[in-house]
Ligand binder design. Sequence first.
Ligand SMILES: [Zn+2]
Length: 383
Amino acid sequence: MTISPDELLIDEREILELTQKLVQIPSENQPGNEKAVGEYIAAWLKDKGLPAQLQEVEKDRFNVISSIKRSGPALLLCGHMDTVPVPNPDEWTYDPFAGEIKDGYLFGRGALDMKGSLACMLTAFVALKDVEEELSQDVVFLATVDEEVATKGAKKAMESSDIKRVKHGIIAEPTDLNPVIVQKGHCWLKIKTLGVAAHGALPERGVNAILKMYPVITRIQELDFGKGDHPLVSGTTVNIGLINGGVKINMVPDACESSLDFRYPPGVTSESILEKINVLLKGLKAEDKELDAKIEIIKCSDPVEVQRSAPIVTLLLRAMDKVLGSHSEPIGVPYYTDASALTSIPIVLLGPGEPGYAHQKDERIKISSMLPAAKIYATVPLL
Ligand SMILES: [Zn+2]
């Protein structure tokens, strides 16, 4: 690399202005109205002399894809355009769609997760165009839709010819500039119990589906679903996130359903989780002949793991050394991202800002971490 990170044309003011602009265009998911943000990003790229392809994912939902050289193996710079919704805007100190700057932070829905880091990536990507001759690999930029719900954008992106030539990548999730090399898998299940309706004054004539659900979820909570075999993430966890049953206070409920969110490390599989629940249900049914319980899979994705020795990890750590003067050791996270849908591409997560502010009221990004993030993104393909 003959260019130092400080010689790249990356300007903090431009990053902040772009972040503010992106925050000012709401793209809450649900409903998933990323269209205007995507159009803004595409126009911004074209204005800088770069191509921008809108890839339709479903009606009015488009990924944005761009690349610098348009051939050869490539590094992927990826971020998502959707944000979680703002359920109670009145509880915010600042307007969630203004992008106000105060005390070293930029506030707004998506400022941290991840319009701020998208702005860092876009600014880095454009700066690389000016030093195209120095690139050691091509660079593909991808902004996805629907990361926060079902990763439909990332799944669709796999069909793109530009994504097909990607050999490894970085996703700009907020990690406080820590490289993340392992992400837990997830498995969302729904369990239904069925009973028999009866008048609330004569409960003995019915079978209460809510009471039938009780031993199922309490026993699941007590089960050990496996510790896995990765030192950077903890064992399997379960959250009983939803329960719904009954019609009226004076009726015996004939149906109850509960939704469960399992997060599991490498070494555990969604099949092994399902198997344990099936064994449990079989045992409970043997104890209680009235128990009628069924499992339904909502969605699952496997853990994502990149080897510590993989080229993308080495490159990223070297880029951090150049920009920050040192690097932190890779870590693991319990959540899933677009990386779980960009299957077979080794991906590391690294982004500016403290992850604890994501999905919260008064979401904010630490401004001092943004310019370093942009410089790290731009340095990787120059090494
Ligand atoms: Zn995110």
